[in-house]
Design a protein around this ligand. Structure first.
Ligand SMILES: NC(=O)C1=CN([C@@H]2O[C@H](COP(=O)(O)OP(=O)(O)OC[C@H]3O[C@@H](n4cnc5c(N)ncnc54)[C@H](OP(=O)(O)O)[C@@H]3O)[C@@H](O)[C@H]2O)C=CC1
Ligand SMILES: O=CC(=O)O
Length: 319
């Protein structure tokens, strides 16, 4: 009997075909409707394995999935999964580290450059026929080269952002991290500091720390009030690391000069969010790893992990 595999993710056709040859696959590109959700729940009741992302895996769903052996998440962040409940049931959780590091760091730099040069505002001016009002000094942005880059969470993605800043833009790098990283200090001529010092010193702050009980709400008004006159905050990790309401207020009051966000407390961002009406923020729809090549590599790795667990061997990247 072939194992039953539930997939909630877009897969490139060859990979889907290969998986369909090996398994009984129930495939959703995403769960769009109540009907999809009902079909998904029915499929999970029989599933041996799940591959995908953006599905809320609460304890109730795990209880309703009695045969489940592996969750192969198409993401590096695994904050959405109830790890204790999975462990208690012996369900293996895997993720997709490394293969998305560069694409996500690039997205950090897209936001950083767009915010620095106020590119979103300027683009909107061109599209609305207001080019002639966009050439005055009140519309100018700030330099990037040589400015101090502060990284919150110096893991794989944090280091990739830091490399771009250090080697590409001559930026002195400071960082805050849970554990000490002398090797990163040496390699990037960087300095590890505490969070307050980072917010007081950096011109650009890029948040890349994983979301956990420890990092939830780690950045709010108390930190933002320490920033310099033209500090720019970028968040490419998870929305809840930053207190969103306090961030909005600080942007509205000019306490924080500018922000660039790929992630939000609740996704998709509610169209009524005050963030949407603010000019001093660049907003992306959680596209950190969204390139054709990177998403392909993430799906390949997730599928390899799933295959290995179902074959009784160790996954390549357990989370
Ligand atoms: N926007 C997007 O589309 C994407 C977002 N992400 C997000 O980026 C995150 C990071 O990914 P990646 O770099 O691969 O993961 P890593 O595990 O390599 O890095 C996470 C870093 O966070 C640090 N950290 C944990 N707790 C704290 C804390 N309390 N204070 C400061 N630092 C802390 C860790 O410290 P230590 O070294 O001590 O473990 C580690 O250096 C993911 O968890 C995910 O949420 C990832 C991909 C795409
Ligand atoms: O947000 C994306 C991830 O891979 O984590």
């Amino acid at each position: 009997m072939k194992p039953n595999v539930v997939i909630v993710h877009e897969l490139y056709p060859e990979l889907l075909k290969t998986l369909e040859q090996q398994y009984n696959v129930v495939h959703f590109t995403r769960l769009n409707s109540d009907a999809d959700r009902a079909d998904f729940n029915a499929a999970m009741a029989e599933a041996d394995a799940f591959l995908g992302s953006n599905v809320k895996f609460d304890e109730a769903l795990i209880e309703r999935s009695p045969r489940l052996k592996v969750i192969a998440s198409v993401s590096v962040g695994v904050d959405a999964y109830p790890r204790e409940a999975l462990k208690a049931r012996g369900i293996v959780l895997t993720n997709t580290p490394e293969v998305l590091t560069d694409a996500t760091a690039d997205t950090g730099f897209v936001l950083l450059m767009m915010a620095a040069r106020r590119a979103g505002e300027m683009e909107r001016k061109v599209r609305s026929g207001n080019w002639s009002t966009s050439l005055m000094s009140q519309d100018f942005g700030v330099d990037v080269t040589g400015k101090t880059l502060g990284i919150v969470g110096m893991g794989r993605i944090g280091q990739a952002v830091a490399k771009r800043g250090h080697f590409g833009f001559d930026m002195p790098v400071i960082f805050q991290n849970r554990s000490s990283k002398p090797e990163v200090e040496a390699a990037l001529d960087a300095r590890q500091v505490d969070l307050d010092t980072l917010f007081e010193t950096a011109d650009f702050i890029v948040v890349t720390a994983a979301l956990s009980d420890e990092t939830r709400g780690m950045i709010g008004r108390a930190q933002l009030e320490r920033t310099r006159e033209k500090t720019i905050l970028i968040n490419i990790s998870r929305g809840p690391v930053v207190r969103e309401q306090e961030l909005i207020e600080c942007l509205q009051e000019g306490v924080l000069y500018y922000a660039g966000l790929d992630v939000y407390e609740r996704e998709p961002l509610d169209p009524s969010s005050p963030l949407i009406g603010l000019d001093n923020v660049v907003l992306l729809p959680h596209i950190g790893s969204s390139t054709v090549e990177t998403r392909g590599a993430m799906c390949d790795l997730a599928a390899d992990n799933l295959n290995r667990v179902l074959a009784g061997t160790s996954p390549l990247t357990p989370a």
